[in-house]
Design a protein around this ligand. Structure first.
Ligand code: SAH
Ligand code: SF4
Ligand code: F3S
Length: 452
């Protein structure tokens, strides 16, 4: 039985896409492996959002292709965003690479790889290949979003990602995603509901709805009784028996209407956590970023959501060192962090991306300043996040028990509605169940508790 190794970089979108590819290999009789020596097919699902992510994937693939191997027939492939954006040029960087597939071609990966592997095995290849097959499929595919449903997460998981829309048309000046993920397209609500019902039948209790701007789901559909298509989808999912929790990521202040704020008051299955990228606290920088709103609007939305759901945890993305960012702009970002008191924030140093407007802007910030701001902001973020977590000690929380803890398989790990990881003693609960927990300890970002 041949085996496939899939390595995933980047966001949850990529994780979900890798699951789709994995499920197709499983259906074809392959087994999944973590072992590089064992794998007959090695795929890397790539991210382009920052330069580092691309360098990591390229470096890894270079090493894999150069290693001595007892299996000269191995098929090597790149999938995902870097493939979409760099296409054939990747064969120059890694000549031994066989297959490059883009972000709308995931449903073809299995067939391409399997065909190549079978033909190589049939030819009894026994000398290491120097040059790969150089097959490249990055064309946009009409209606590809309707092929998204053939995805099943690994058996036994009680949480699952569900893609509801793809692509992005915002063209923030720093961002490569619009060119890697194409135009916005939403899946039909009925397909999504059907997929979630099937997931629930297989034991899934929690779904995370994915989209680059997830709240723009069905943006061209009419507003019905004050509710847009996204909120109507949340309401319909809420009706599914057996589904306990609904999350979504990432929303954008554009198209974030009162209906979504209100949803926090009457949809109890909607979790008390939102990952809501802020990017910057300076209006001047937001404008240069082509984010079409003022920071005050962002802050007000956070406060309105907290009013609707007082225990709401808010996490965010922030970019430091965007071209032209002055110390004053940076201080405004820091002030916004202090005002919202995020539960956590990912701080990114601005990374110039090819063919983006910001990469050509004057006043690029030097690495030293980016690093300083990154370090300084993380200190603030961590101080606040830790304080918020410590404040949970002594409280009663409900966690969805996911399975053994990664660091210590003797114990179990789950997540609160606020998406905070909690470790509990092994054997004290069953994976897939939601159990009440008393939090009795906190080490910064991890909570420890006991079932009550
Ligand atoms: N669609 C989401 C973000 C997807 S990219 C949204 O707009 O909310 C994830 C994060 O990567 C972004 O929120 C941003 O903070 C960061 N990012 C994107 N491009 C970047 C770049 N060129 N340099 C540094 N960080 C970047
Ligand atoms: Fe990138 Fe902006 Fe689209 Fe998010 S909204 S994916 S940051 S262009
Ligand atoms: Fe990266 Fe593509 Fe996601 S660029 S962040 S993997 S959409």
């Amino acid at each position: 039985m041949p085996s496939v190794l899939i390595k995933t970089y980047g966001c949850q979108m990529n994780e979900r896409d890798s699951e789709q590819v994995a499920s197709m290999f499983l259906a074809g009789g392959y087994h999944l492996t973590q072992s590089e020596a064992e794998a007959d097919v090695i795929l890397i699902n790539t991210c382009s959002v920052r330069e580092k992510a691309e360098l990591k994937a390229l470096g890894k693939m270079g090493l894999l292709c150069a290693r001595p191997t007892a299996k000269p027939w191995v098929v090597y492939g790149f999938m995902g965003c870097m493939s979409q954006s760099r296409a054939r040029s990747l064969f120059r960087d890694v000549p031994r690479l066989d297959i490059v597939t883009g972000t709308q071609q995931y449903h073809h990966v299995y067939e391409l790889c399997n065909r190549l592997l079978r033909s190589r095995m049939g030819n009894n290849t026994d000398t290491p290949l120097r040059k790969g097959a150089h097959i490249c499929h990055t064309e946009q595919e009409e209606g590809f979003q309707n092929a998204i449903r053939d995805h099943l997460p690994p058996a036994g998981n009680c949480t699952a990602f569900v893609s509801i829309m793809q692509g992005c048309e915002m063209r923030c000046s720093y961002c490569i995603v619009p060119s890697t993920r194409g135009n916005e397209c939403s899946r039909p609500a009925e397909d999504i509901l059907q997929e979630v019902r099937e997931l629930v039948e297989r034991g899934v209790r929690e779904v995370t709805l994915l989209g680059q701007i997830v709240n723009r789901y069905g943006k061209d559909e009419p507003i019905v009784n004050g509710r847009g298509a996204f909120v109507r989808l949340l309401e319909a999912l809420h009706e599914i028996d057996g589904l306990a929790r609904i999350r979504f990521t990432s929303p954008h202040p554009i198209g974030f209407r009162q209906d979504l704020v209100n949803a926090y008051t009457y949809l109890p299955k909607l979790c008390s956590h939102i990952h809501f990228p802020m990017q910057s606290g300076s209006d001047r920088i937001l404008q240069l970023m082509r984010r079409p709103y003022k920071n005050e609007k962002y802050l007000r939305l956070c406060e309105a959501m907290r009013e609707a759901r007082p225990d709401l945890a808010i996490t965010t993305d922030i970019i430091v060192g965007f071209p032209g960012e002055t110390d004053e702009d940076y201080q405004q970002t820091k002030a916004a962090v202090e005002r919202i008191r995020f539960d956590n924030a990912f701080v990114f140093q601005y990374s110039p991306r090819r063919d983006t407007v910001a990469a050509a802007m004057p006043d690029q910030i030097c690495l030293r300043v980016k690093e300083e701001r990154n370090h300084d902001l993380l200190e603030t973020v961590n101080r606040i996040a830790t304080a918020r977590n410590h404040a949970l000690v002594g409280t009663l929380q409900h966690i969805l028990v996911e399975g053994p803890s990664k660091n210590n398989p003797e114990r179990l790990q789950g997540r609160t509605s606020q998406n905070k990881p909690v470790i509990i003693p092994g054997g004290s609960a069953t994976p897939g169940h939601i159990v009440p927990i008393r939090i009795n300890e906190c080490t910064g970002f991890t909570l420890y508790g006991d079932v009550v």
